[in-house]
Design a protein around this ligand. Structure first.
Ligand code: COA
Length: 323
């Protein structure tokens, strides 16, 4: 008996922002963004929050699973942009789905969070006796990016994705690899707001509370981490790269995938790519891609798939599983 993905769901906000829309208030162009990143459009939340988007993606995954809310034993939400710190985003999601009682928490490993969340959930399913877990990735990146910084804001979008994990007779998760190396230069940085108190003048406000990034350094890290992660999860599972039907990479920049494909000697069509439509949705990136691929009929039972993510920290994670 393995731990497998039973169903998926996703939610993308209605508002679609094109590269040309961004060029109306930034010194940029559709040509620059498309050739440097592969991104054409992104969804931006209007009136939605990380909790509401997460709840919608989760509700879809739950409905497709055929399970009732009281069959969910564990709820984890992966997010870098929680709309609340108390209660947890996962508690809001759980409340929206009327899941009466379940272990519930949020995690933040930046864009690697969803893979970490699945790994944590599968360990807890093995040790705590849980049968079904709801894993959500949801991010409102539009709230944490600096809309005047053209080198970062064009890269991100908002959205949520979800997956239900269950114990069944498939092999499910075959191997995983989680890592985080020291980010010596804060290549990806975003601080929480800190206000002065009656006891301290210390404050963190303004630009430091928005995402800043050394793009080329992050790109170098991503390509390196990608390659290492693929080698480790395939070796651990005793699987060859050619046996894998589809790879779901974190959707950060199409050029990272071109480099990875070249380095690994594989065709680009081995990667599921939706970055042109949704951009980088942080923790939601992988579950959105999984859900779109599943609804497009690109996944069939028994397929071997790989998930790979990297992000701030500098964190990375990969997982090999049977669909
Ligand atoms: N439109 C037009 N010009 C832009 C621009 C934009 N949106 N953003 C940056 N530029 C400019 C820069 O100011 C720079 O100008 P300069 O040469 O006059 O200083 C020039 O374009 C080249 O910038 P550079 O940083 O060398 O480009 P790049 O090829 O490295 O691409 C990124 C920049 C950000 C697209 C790329 O580095 C990247 O995607 N990195 C990885 C990011 C990532 O994966 N982040 C998420 C991790 S979870």
């Amino acid at each position: 008996m393995g731990i497998s993905i039973l169903s998926t769901g996703c939610f993308l906000p209605e508002k679609i922002v094109t590269n040309d829309d961004l060029a109306t208030f930034l010194d940029t162009s559709d040509e620059w963004i498309t050739t440097r990143t592969g991104i054409k459009t992104r969804h931006i939340a209007v009136g939605e929050t990380t909790s509401t988007m997460g709840a919608k993606a989760a509700a879809q995954a739950l409905e497709r699973s055929g399970l009732s809310p009281d069959e969910i034993d564990l709820v984890i939400c992966a997010t870098v942009s929680p709309d609340v710190c108390c209660p947890m985003v996962s508690a809001n999601i759980k409340k929206a789905l009327q899941i009466e009682s379940a272990a519930t928490f949020d995690i933040n490993v930046n864009c690697s969070s969803f893979i970490y969340a699945i790994a944590i959930a599968s360990s807890m399913m093995q040790t705590c006796g849980y049968r079904n877990a709801l894993i959500v990735g949801s991010d409102t990146n539009s709230q944490i990016i600096d809309w005047s910084d053209r080198s970062t804001c064009v890269l991100f979008g908002d959205g949520a994705g979800a997956a239900i994990l269950t114990k069944d007779d498939r092999r499910g998760i075959l191997s995983s690899h989680l890592d985080c190396i020291i980010d010596q230069d804060n290549m990806l940085y975003c601080a929480n707001k800190i206000d002065p108190t009656p006891f301290s003048d210390h404050a963190v406000q303004g630009a430091d509370t928005k995402v800043s990034m050394h793009g080329s350094g992050v790109m170098r890290f991503a390509i390196h981490a990608f390659h290492d992660a693929v080698e480790i999860v395939t070796q651990k599972a005793g699987v060859k790269l050619e046996d894998i039907q589809l790879i779901f990479p974190h959707q950060a920049n199409i050029r990272i995938l071109y480099s990875a494909a070249k380095k690994m000697g594989i065709d680009m069509d081995k990667f599921y790519v939706d970055i042109d439509k949704v951009a980088n949705t942080s923790c939601a990136s992988i579950p959105i891609a999984l859900d779109l691929a599943a609804t497009e009929g690109k996944l069939k039972r028994g397929d071997l798939i790989m998930l790979i993510a990297f992000g701030g920290g500098l964190s990375s994670g990969a997982m090999l599983l049977e669909w």
